[in-house]
Design a protein around this ligand. Structure first.
Ligand SMILES: Nc1ncnc2c1ncn2[C@@H]1O[C@H](COP(=O)(O)OP(=O)(O)OP(=O)(O)O)[C@@H](O)[C@H]1O
Length: 321
């Protein structure tokens, strides 16, 4: 039997958050109205079934802890990615995370944030995104069979991701903390414009709150800020820390935690402290990098990964580095 979520309590709660509470028109200026207007639509189950060829296994392009992502072609010919909650993880918490993702991405519009095209709540929970055919920054960086990503692209990916994060933290009425910034959640477009994706763990941060405490502690080992890892404290600096690790990953071509459980930040720390930055560069790049840009990325990475959250820069300061 097809499950319908249209009447679920979660969905009703989500819709009031995603579309925004009704306010007097005098309270909303024109800029805000265009901001509130959702840029996405509801897809029918039949539409996404047709687009993905019935969720054919050949169209499966990725999966994570609780979702599968399928490539598809919409009726207008646009390439789409359909993310669906896997049946095995259809418990209430996962459903909430999924709706959280819809609530967060449904509100954002930025050249460096993954663009939501719509959702479908029939036959399960589905989010529909623009399709990015280049895989993730992680798959591009670590695929031994592909040529190494050129330095200029790495630098542009770092800058674009910083801009996207700055937008989420600083340019919105309600701050969004992503909580899972990492190379596998940054998807380059055809022209290598990085897109921050996967808002399943994202949290709103009301302006009157300095931080929030969350449980359980979720995210990716090797990218977790110490105060989050030990006390569950989440604020912008949680993402800033993970962004610092992401910068190190881009520069070094090493994973945050490798197959031998070696931690990238621990390994890099002594080189950062001693200022021996050439040693950090991905050996596959040889001499093919720009020293000025390397210094900027390493400087930003060392500030962002400071153990004390208050000593880390904001994303406004990072993009000025
Ligand atoms: N818009 C997209 N276009 C192309 N591929 C995508 C898109 N969105 C996601 N993917 C692919 O699917 C994978 C899993 O997606 P995503 O990270 O959103 O799932 P998840 O279940 O939330 O993962 P996680 O366990 O990391 O939280 C990504 O790493 C990426 O390879």
């Amino acid at each position: 039997m097809r499950q319908s979520y249209a009447k679920s309590r979660n969905l009703k709660r989500f819709l009031s958050v995603a579309i925004g509470k009704r306010r007097n028109s005098s309270e909303i200026n024109e800029m805000e109205i265009s901001h509130l207007r959702p840029g996405w639509r509801c897809f029918s189950y039949e539409e996404i079934l047709k687009a993905t060829d019935g969720f054919h296994k050949d169209n499966l392009v990725g999966w994570g802890g609780y979702a599968e992502v399928y490539r598809g072609v919409a009726e207008d010919g646009e390439a789409i990615a359909v993310k669906r909650l896997t049946r095995a993880s259809s418990d209430e918490q996962r459903e909430k995370d999924f709706l959280t993702e819809l609530g967060a991405v449904g509100h954002v519009r930025h050249p460096n944030v993954s663009a939501l095209l719509g959702c479908c709540v029939d036959g399960g929970l589905h989010l529909v995104f623009e399709f990015y055919s280049r895989g993730s920054v992680s798959s591009n960086l670590h695929d031994a069979n592909s040529p190494p990503i050129a330095w200029k692209l790495r630098f542009d990916i770092a800058v674009g991701t910083a801009r996207g994060l700055h937008y989420l933290h600083k340019q919105r009425r309600r701050r969004i903390i992503h909580r899972d910034i990492k190379a596998s959640n940054i998807l380059p477009t055809e022209s290598f414009e990085p897109q921050i994706s996967d808002f399943g763990l994202a949290r709103w941060l009301p302006s009157e709150w300095t931080h929030r405490a969350v449980a359980p502690i979720e995210g990716t080992f090797g990218c977790l800020a110490p105060e989050y890892f030990t006390h569950g404290i989440v604020d912008e600096k949680t993402d800033v820390f993970a962004f610092g690790v992401f910068l190190l990953e881009i520069v070094t071509g090493r994973k945050p935690v490798d197959g031998c459980h070696r931690n990238l930040l621990c390994w890099a720390r002594s080189y950062l402290n001693d200022g021996i930055i050439e040693t950090l560069v991905d050996p596959r790049l040889g001499e093919e990098y720009d020293m000025g840009q390397l210094k900027r990325l390493i400087f930003a990475a060392s500030l962002c990964t400071r153990p004390t959250a208050t000593l880390r820069p904001s994303m406004t300061e990072v993009i000025r580095c």
